[in-house]
Design a protein around this ligand. Structure first.
Ligand code: C2E
Ligand code: MG
Ligand code: MG
Ligand code: MG
Length: 291
């Protein structure tokens, strides 16, 4: 009987693997088409100055809705694109689109745009610095308005000339952020070793903020450390007014999250930005009610 169950489990497992492989093959093929036809979209999540509840920038986040498969999460297709090499063309499209948008938005307000850069992009024959330089030149966006987000895993990898590549970006005037801070294996010395200007606190630190006091201490420690190293801090995943208040009270300057807005299409971001500049933004609920 056990034997039989074992065999059934095995074939069930087999079928599951099969489905996964099928999905991957399908995604691979469809993603190639989306990139060739340039149908990936870029959405923008507002980043706010928490004290004033005003938009200071946006994070560019790629969005893909396949006509057959429906919407696919970047958490699923970015790792795939890193494995099959499509990441390079994908990144090129996102960077171009984001810089062009941000360049247009400068007429409304001096907002920054943050672009996620995958570790795989540091392995490419086309040096990252060149593709960024050419995107800035093409779109007229000032380097001071661009932030490049990298994750801790990049710092662990064995990337040739990593330090000089990052320093090269900083020398151009581009901001350099460490994304998802605290989720990877992060030696704190990395923060000093590499020329970061910004630290993005992963949303997992905010999740249990209301219930767990050890999480609170951890968050306070990260904020104190960022301050000591003169790093600008952006909190990710702010979902409640309590979280926003805690962050403000502990000196966290900036944040993003569903409390304010999810990532939205460019036209919608522009509408939010205009309303914000006119003092008509809808985030009063995110701010403290004046006493
Ligand atoms: P990330 O860079 O850490 O981006 C933040 C993610 O948190 C986004 O997920 C965003 O939609 C989500 N988020 C923002 N606020 C909240 C909140 O209040 N609550 C919750 N639950 N989530 C929130 P998204 O867009 O699904 O992207 C997932 C990851 O995929 C990104 O994490 C990034 O690592 C990667 N990614 C997205 N776009 C790109 C891209 O253009 N290039 C590369 N290389 N990676 C990208
Ligand atoms: Mg990011
Ligand atoms: Mg992040
Ligand atoms: Mg993340």
């Amino acid at each position: 009987r056990a034997k039989e169950r074992g065999r059934n489990d095995f074939s069930f497992y087999d079928a599951e693997i099969n489905l996964e492989v099928q999905r991957r093959v399908q995604l691979d093929a469809r993603l190639r088409v989306a990139i060739e036809q340039n149908t990936l979209e870029v959405h923008y999540q507002p980043i706010l100055d928490l004290a004033r509840s005003r938009i200071i920038g946006a994070e560019a986040l790629v969005r893909w809705t396949d006509p057959l498969l429906g919407p696919v999460s970047p958490a699923e297709f970015i790792p795939l694109a890193e494995r099959n090499g499509l990441i390079h063309r994908l990144a090129e499209q996102v960077l171009s689109t984001a810089c062009a948008q941000a360049s247009r938005w400068q007429a409304i307000a001096p907002v920054t745009v943050a672009v996620n850069v995958s570790s795989a992009q540091f392995h490419h024959c086309e040096p990252l610095q060149h593709s960024i330089e050419s995107a800035l030149a093409r779109t007229g966006l000032a380097p001071q308005r661009l932030v490049v987000e990298v994750t801790e895993s990049l710092l662990l990898g064995n990337h040739k000339d990593l330090h000089s590549t990052l320093q090269g970006l900083v020398d151009m005037g581009i901001g350099l952020a460490i994304d998802d801070f605290g989720t990877g294996y992060s030696a704190l010395s990395y923060l000093q070793q590499f020329p970061f200007s910004e630290l993005k606190i992963d949303r997992s630190f905010l999740k249990k903020l209301d219930s767990d006091s050890s999480d609170r201490s951890l968050l306070e420690a990260i904020l104190a450390m960022a301050k000591a190293l003169s790093l600008n801090v952006v909190a990710e995943g702010i979902e409640s007014a309590e979280q926003a208040r805690f962050l403000r009270e502990h000196g966290c300057q900036c944040g993003q999250g569903f409390l304010y807005s999810p990532a939205v299409p460019a036209a919608e971001f522009e509408r939010l930005l205009r309303a914000d500049m006119a003092g008509l933004s809808g985030w009063a609920h995110g701010a403290e009610t004046p006493a």
